[in-house]
Design a protein around this ligand. Structure first.
Ligand SMILES: [Zn+2]
Length: 467
């Protein structure tokens, strides 16, 4: 028997560091994603991969989030010279994401060295994980673009098919098909799956056949709150804050969430539901991402297409300003009231959002409107959990603004949507859970076993799975 091992070197019993290695016996060695470990993950991205990057022939990329692409420059730096295959939109977004990531890594490294020096010690870090030059080297490799639903040949009798995963622009589930003892086999990597009623993304495309399915389980244990309630809440907070002469600060992820928020604000504007105000997108990364969303608008859902057809643009409306430079960003401070400020980072761990907090968090007229997940330990989480004061740039700031959290805007499918996507397979043999916290995976495993009657395994780090 010639069987094929798959090993996961990330996103095993955790949500970050996606990296799955499929070693075909008589074919190429394929890596699916190469993401960064983030936010207190047990593994560090500085640790060795667990395989030799020079042995990898092909890198398939599901989507441009950092936890799926953030170690690609390290892979290249350590000897990967193979082919990269992904969608065009993912490649463009990935460039924005990796350049931003390298810049942060270089800055963090410089800060750590400076601090160590002041303590009279040697810095434990010898170099950043990667630099801007390492990122540029990624884009010099042989890159091939995948079209949704069209198989790409990887080698003789081995192919990969990308299907729209509906998670963020360009995102894909990837089916790798090959022969074992002349029998066709296929392994499907779900990537991150979007919700079936996304604000601007199309629903995930169904896949027909999998001998093994590697599926994400981020929200495997729960169903999201209804979108209608979330939309009502979103409108109400904005209208009430502007009515009391306050400002609304929206910490937002640059990719997907910012574009969704813009569409919601534009819809409010068109329906005369948005009081006169100024809306700022105050994040260079979000501005670049929005340009890419515009460029690939044909991949977005009917809501986006209708806006484009009837109003000439998907995201723009008269109140909206993009503030790219630092000087433009500082000028926002001059507006005493009546602003909606969308800025990053999404969890308030850095970026321009901090200077807006410093300037406006104390003022009771203002609102901070969270529209995405806030990880334990982040400033965003502290605020959501009700902190009465926080420290920003070493200064104590009173939390006077009204803090709200809207839970319904997830870019991930919930349990019922994941089960529904799986139920559309014509043939589905074994299910392997990746990309989820242990408690959520345990609940998801039971749901799949009882509702779909499938064999489910929770993948451990580096464990060899034979298909
Ligand atoms: Zn993602």
């Amino acid at each position: 028997m010639t069987m094929t091992p798959i090993q996961s070197f990330g996103a095993a019993e955790t949500v970050t560091g996606s990296c799955h290695f499929l070693q075909l016996r008589q074919g190429p060695k394929i890596l699916v994603d190469c993401g960064l470990f983030q936010g207190g993950a047990e593994k560090s991205s500085f640790e060795p991969f667990g395989f030799n990057p020079q042995d990898v022939d092909i890198l398939l990329i599901t989507h441009a989030h950092l936890d799926h692409v953030g170690r690609v420059p390290k892979l290249v730096k350590e000897g990967f010279k193979g082919r990269i295959i992904t969608t065009r939109a993912t490649l463009d977004l990935m460039e924005v994401v990796l350049l931003d990531s390298a810049k942060i890594m270089e800055e963090d490294f410089a800060t750590q060295r400076k601090k160590a020096k002041r303590r009279g010690e040697e810095s434990t870090l010898k170099e950043p994980l990667y630099t801007l030059d390492d990122v540029k080297a990624v884009f010099d490799l042989n890159i091939q673009f995948a079209q949704y639903d069209t198989p790409i040949s990887l080698a003789k009798e081995v192919s990969a098919t990308f299907r729209n995963a509906g998670h963020i622009l360009g995102s894909a589930s990837i089916q790798v098909s090959f022969l074992v003892d002349n029998q066709p086999k296929s392994v499907v990597f779900s990537g991150d799956l979007g919700s079936s009623n996304g604000l601007i993304m199309q629903p995930p495309t169904a896949v027909a056949q999998a001998d093994a399915l590697y599926i994400e389980s981020t929200y495997g244990d729960r169903n999201h709150r209804s979108m209608e309630n979330s939309l009502l809440e979103f409108k109400e907070i904005i209208q009430q804050t502007l009515k009391r002469q306050g400002n609304v600060i929206i910490p937002s992820f640059a990719i997907e969430r910012t574009q969704e928020v813009l569409v919601l604000l534009k819809q409010m504007f068109l329906a005369n539901e948005l009081p006169r105000c100024k809306v700022f997108v105050d994040s260079p990364m979000a501005i670049r991402a929005t340009r890419i969303y515009n460029q690939y608008h044909a991949e977005l859902n009917a809501t986006a297409q209708n806006l484009l057809a009837t109003d000439g643009s998907i995201f723009d409306f008269p109140y909206l300003e993009y503030t790219l430079t630092g000087a433009e960003s500082m000028q926002i401070n001059e507006h005493e009231s009546g602003c909606i400020i969308i800025a990053g980072s999404g969890m308030c761990t850095g970026g321009r959002i901090l200077h807006h907090f410093k300037h406006r968090l104390w003022d009771e007229r203002n609102s901070v409107l969270f529209v995405g997940y806030q990880a334990q330990g982040s400033l965003g989480r502290l605020l959501v959990d009700g902190a009465e004061e926080v420290h920003i740039y070493h200064e104590k700031i009173k939390v006077g603004a009204k803090i709200s959290m809207i839970n319904g805007f997830s870019a991930h499918a919930d349990q019922s949507e994941l089960l529904n996507w799986m139920s559309q397979f014509n043939q589905l043999d074994k299910v392997f859970l990746i990309h989820g916290e242990p408690d959520k995976q345990a609940a998801f495993k039971i749901a799949i076993e009882t509702q779909l009657n499938k064999t489910v395994h929770i993948v451990q780090y580096a464990e060899e799975i034979w298909v």
